[in-house]
Design a binder for this molecule. Structure first.
Ligand SMILES: [Zn+2]
Length: 264
């Protein structure tokens, strides 16, 4: 009693092979039971969670921030895990100096002891990333961007994690992988790209998509959060009756940053 928990919402059917392999977040869209997507409860004052294994202590995390770790935090963490960089390898490249990119930067520092290279198209955001601990920052719209990244990574990147997922960002980064390199896409900006298949083969490259994260990853992430390894992001808290305006603002791209809604 009295303890605060974050609910893991990516609950699967529990019966299929994927769920039995502890990848509930990848359960079929036809059978999955994601809270707030397939079953109600995302904005509710109360939510029914079918098993306590989906609950994680929030520790001292502010109420209006804690829930975001089950989505954006988990997404940032799981994508980094997929790239699987070596501890202390500062040649890790993170695409995005936005909210998700900066969160990934903190997780890279906390979980991998890495000060990554950050790529973005906005100089102001890149300056913030440098301040937050990026070892180097690159504006991908600058003419010498590709060359700079090649130099910083010693001839091509081993790991790139892309939190934008736009045609432009993947086109920029994918071709800068070294042989055997991995490009992880988790952003949902959209678009499509052309891939030269012989280069995929000869370069032994991996182009990988990730979506949110597993229950085990959620457990690891929340441990980092409770141990104070992730600096709390700024959140604007709005009452639940402003939810429709807030979603409209998000659609228009006019949200100031992270916004949570609360019940009075
Ligand atoms: Zn399932």
């Amino acid at each position: 009693m009295g303890e605060k928990y974050v609910a893991y919402p990516w609950i699967g059917c529990g019966d299929c092979e994927v769920c039995k392999a502890d990848d509930e977040h990848l359960c079929s869209p036809l059978s999955t039971k994601n809270i707030g997507i397939n079953i109600p409860g995302g904005y509710g004052e109360y939510v029914l969670v079918e098993n306590e294994k989906y609950l994680f202590s929030a520790g001292d995390t502010p109420d209006n921030l804690a829930g975001s770790y089950a989505c954006r935090g988990l997404t940032a963490y799981s994508a980094l895990k997929r790239a699987n960089p070596s501890k202390g390898d500062n040649s890790l490249v993170i695409v995005s100096a936005g909210g998700l990119g900066l969160l990934a930067l903190q997780i890279a520092k906390a979980a991998y002891d890495i000060n990554p290279i950050i790529v973005d198209i906005d100089d102001e955001k890149l300056a913030a990333a440098k301040e937050a601990g990026a070892s180097e920052v690159i504006n991908s719209t600058h003419e010498d961007a590709a060359q700079k990244l090649m130099e910083l990574t010693g001839g091509g990147a081993r790991y790139i994690v892309d939190y934008v997922g736009a045609a432009a960002s993947v086109n920029f980064g994918y071709n800068l992988l070294r042989r055997g390199g991995i490009y992880v896409v988790t952003g949902l900006f959209g678009g499509s790209i052309n891939i030269q298949l012989p280069l995929l083969t000869v370069g032994a490259r991996q182009l990988v998509g990730t979506y949110v994260g597993s229950l085990a990853e959620m457990r690891e992430l929340m441990e980092l959060v409770r141990n104070g390894k992730i600096q709390p992001a700024k959140v604007e808290s709005r009452p639940i009756d402003q939810i429709n305006e807030t979603l409209q603002d998000m659609k228009k791209g006019s949200l100031p940053g992270l916004v949570s809604v609360h019940h009075e």
